[in-house]
Ligand binder design. Structure first.
Ligand code: HEC
Length: 131
């Protein structure tokens, strides 16, 4: 008698376990949809570093990030990223994410002139390093 009731209880619990398992399996797909690095440095490495290693500008050397007037305030920085000039890409997902934009802004402000030379010295751009 006792055994049967235990089996019955297990069966009753099954749909619950199924729903629970299903919801667990769905969880990872939601937050991973927007995969933004947590730190300003991470965002910079993912989105900006390719053209701006160390805060320089390898596409247009006269327009580096370090020392740029576009870093005067967060509002100016945001406005620039919202309407970038020339070959600067448009970063909708960063602009839309306030904490990410602020973190990126703070990181860009830490970039100092001469960082490119340091980066090249460290072999960051590998065999493409000129001079
Ligand atoms: C595909 C290459 C490329 C990428 C990637 C890129 N930039 Fe640029 N960036 C440029 C170019 C080219 C310019 C110069 C535009 C012009 O004025 O002709 C520029 C200019 C800038 C300037 C203004 C410099 C000045 O004083 O005029 C800032 C600030 C800047 N980029 C920030 C960023 C940030 C932040 C990211 C990442 C979110 C980024 N860029 C990603 C190519 C790039």
């Amino acid at each position: 008698m006792k055994r049967i009731s235990l089996v019955n209880r297990l069966w009753a619990a099954l749909p619950l376990a199924f729903v629970y398992g299903l919801s667990l399996s769905l969880i990872p797909t939601v937050p991973l949809a927007a995969k933004m690095p947590a730190s300003g440095e991470g965002i910079f490495k993912q989105s900006c570093q390719s053209c701006h290693p160390g805060g320089s500008n390898i596409v247009n050397a006269s327009k580096p990030i370090c020392g740029s007037s576009k870093l005067s305030t967060l509002a100016i920085f945001k406005a620039y990223l919202q309407a970038p000039v020339g070959h600067m890409p448009y970063y909708k997902h960063i602009i839309a994410d306030k904490p990410a934009l602020e973190a990126l802004y703070k990181y860009c402000k830490t970039l100092k002139k001469g960082a490119l030379e340091q980066a090249l010295h460290n072999g960051l751009s590998g065999k493409d390093a000129r001079g």
